[in-house]
Design a binder for this molecule. Structure first.
Ligand code: UDP
Ligand code: MG
Length: 319
């Protein structure tokens, strides 16, 4: 069986289209399947549409969060509720074309544990794709896992890969990194970039920036190292500067107009200290969240049967 996982946050405008397109593809190819919708605290009609779909079609499952927990949590919930031998994670805005599903399933049947659909950046603004490709160059230099440009969350995972992902229990989840971290046999399939079918993107400039920082920080401690190196470099330079000034003073006496050098040294050092503090604070913040061991999400409503619900609870206790 194939599980389709679809996180939705305020997607009332596209849900029906999404449901119909996916259902059509799945029926045409005679797959046995389920669609697991995760309502991530939407404030529009998303939940009532899901309820209606769930009543009409027993292949539709939904989980509804008590508030917006973010796409990462929604994907995690979808993965832990899914029962398929293969799981496909898709956006509900039809930016991940359902017509790719047969090719992905074929690759899975040929033995791949992760089938990654990679989009090209056609139709995207020049500046945005430039920023993204720069980001990937940087991140691949600094981070321990390799990430690829244009590769998002649209992918098929085998049961083995899903179980491995679920065994990573960290609170700060950066899926792109986690997918790459678990490894397994991968295959990449390309598709044409499509723009959103209806509704708005939920990414603002700042959320993208935060996502970018998460990507760098959640995978290693190199930034921490970097701040140590730069601190040491500045200190060494400073010691030489002081020695040189001392020699100058011994030879030529004290010059009073040292104000400019003094203030620039203070500013430089202050800046570096602030950066280093920020980096440290960032990691401490993460430790703080990890130690709380809060759940990733709270389910307020779903249409799973009582039996599977208690099974899920047992599984959670066991794991
Ligand atoms: N999404 C979510 N929770 C959020 C934000 C987004 O579940 O807090 C879902 C959204 O419904 C969509 C997918 O994640 O199915 C991708 O979101 P979006 O289209 O806004 O991102 P973009 O395609 O612009 O990267
Ligand atoms: Mg989108």
């Amino acid at each position: 069986m194939i599980s389709i996982i679809a996180p939705c946050y305020n997607e009332q405008d596209v849900l029906y289209d999404f449901y119909q397109t996916v259902t059509k593809v799945m029926k045409e190819n005679q797959y046995s399947y389920e669609i697991v919708f995760v309502n991530d605290g939407s404030r529009d009609q998303t939940l009532s549409i899901l309820k209606e779909l769930g009543e009409k079609d027993r292949r539709v499952q939904y989980i509804s969060f008590s508030r917006n927990f973010g796409k990462e949590s929604a994907m995690l919930a979808g993965l832990s509720y899914s029962k398929g031998d293969a799981v496909i994670i898709m956006d509900t805005d039809l930016q991940h074309p359902p017509s790719m599903i047969p090719r992905m399933v074929e690759a899975f049947q040929n033995g791949s544990d992760q089938v990654i659909a990679k989009r090209n950046r056609a139709g995207e603004s020049k500046s945005r794709s430039w920023v993204s490709s720069l980001y990937y160059k940087l991140i691949n230099r600094f981070v321990d896992v390799q990430l690829e440009d244009g590769v998002g969350d649209f992918r098929l995972l085998s049961r083995k890969a899903v179980d491995s992902l679920l065994s990573l229990s960290e609170y700060n989840r950066f899926s792109k990194g986690l997918f790459s971290w678990i490894g397994y046999k991968q295959e990449i399939i390309e598709y044409e970039n499509v723009s959103r079918h209806a509704g708005d993107s939920k990414w603002s400039f700042f959320s993208l920036l935060n996502y970018g920082i998460d990507g760098i920080i959640s995978f290693n401690n190199k930034p921490l190292r970097l701040s140590i190196y730069s601190g040491v470099a500045v200190m060494v330079a400073d010691v030489f500067y002081v020695l040189w000034m001392l020699v100058k003073i011994f030879l030529g006496g004290v010059d009073v107009p040292g104000y400019f050098t003094l203030i620039s040294a203070i500013l430089l050092l202050g800046g570096i200290q602030l950066v280093a503090l920020g980096v440290i604070g960032e990691y401490i913040g993460r430790i703080y969240y990890e130690t709380k061991k809060r759940p990733h999400y709270i389910v307020a409503d779903d249409n799973y049967t009582q039996v599977s619900q208690s099974q899920n609870k047992i599984q959670k206790v066991l794991s």
